[in-house]
Design a protein around this ligand. Structure first.
Ligand code: HEC
Length: 147
């Protein structure tokens, strides 16, 4: 008995479905968001917790305990180096070793917010808050790739 569809018809249908699947992928914006951990300016939140989730936790892990594997990512949880806010501000702006600089991705208010979040969570209890002006001061002090 002859099949209702020839195999050519089937492959045409398969190809059409494949193309439809391609176009139903998340929008390029959504894909860009996934890559925004290291590049782009798509994090618009000024909420430190949200910025941590969107930018930092991909490397430092959701519990901020870091990881050791293909590289070494230090824990931010219970990290005594966060005592002075200037240090994490500097690292976030300029990068450090295997960590990329995020100063072109985050504005002063965002850096202050995420630094405040990290310094007052994950077992860190530093109560002094950084302000955007503090970040601007550190930003000004360091040479950047711009210009
Ligand atoms: C692409 C991965 C990556 C992202 C994203 C990232 N970090 Fe890091 N971070 C690292 C690595 C790797 C190091 C260690 C660098 C080294 O020691 O060479 C580090 C180091 C640090 C340090 C210094 C810790 C210490 O003990 O000296 C701080 C503070 C820090 N990161 C904060 C943040 C914050 C806050 C964010 C989000 C705004 C962030 N990082 C995003 C990978 C990342």
């Amino acid at each position: 008995m002859r099949p209702a569809f020839s195999s050519t018809t089937f492959s045409t249908i398969a190809a059409t479905l494949a193309i439809a699947a391609l176009f139903s992928l998340p929008s390029s914006q959504a894909l860009a968001d996934a890559a925004s951990n290291v590049a782009g300016k798509s994090t618009t939140s000024t909420d430190g917790a949200v910025i941590f989730q969107q930018v930092c936790q991909g490397c430092h892990m959701a519990n901020a305990k870091g990881a050791v594997g293909a590289g070494y990512i230090p824990a931010l949880a219970g990290n005594p180096k966060l005592k002075s806010a200037g240090y994490p501000i500097y690292v976030v702006l300029n990068g450090y070793g295997g960590m990329p600089w995020l100063g072109t991705m985050l504005n002063d208010a965002q850096v202050a917010s995420v630094v405040n979040y990290v310094r007052s969570n994950f077992g860190n209890n530093y109560t002094d808050k950084s302000k955007p002006e503090d970040v601007a001061a550190v930003r000004g002090a360091a040479p950047t790739m711009e210009k």
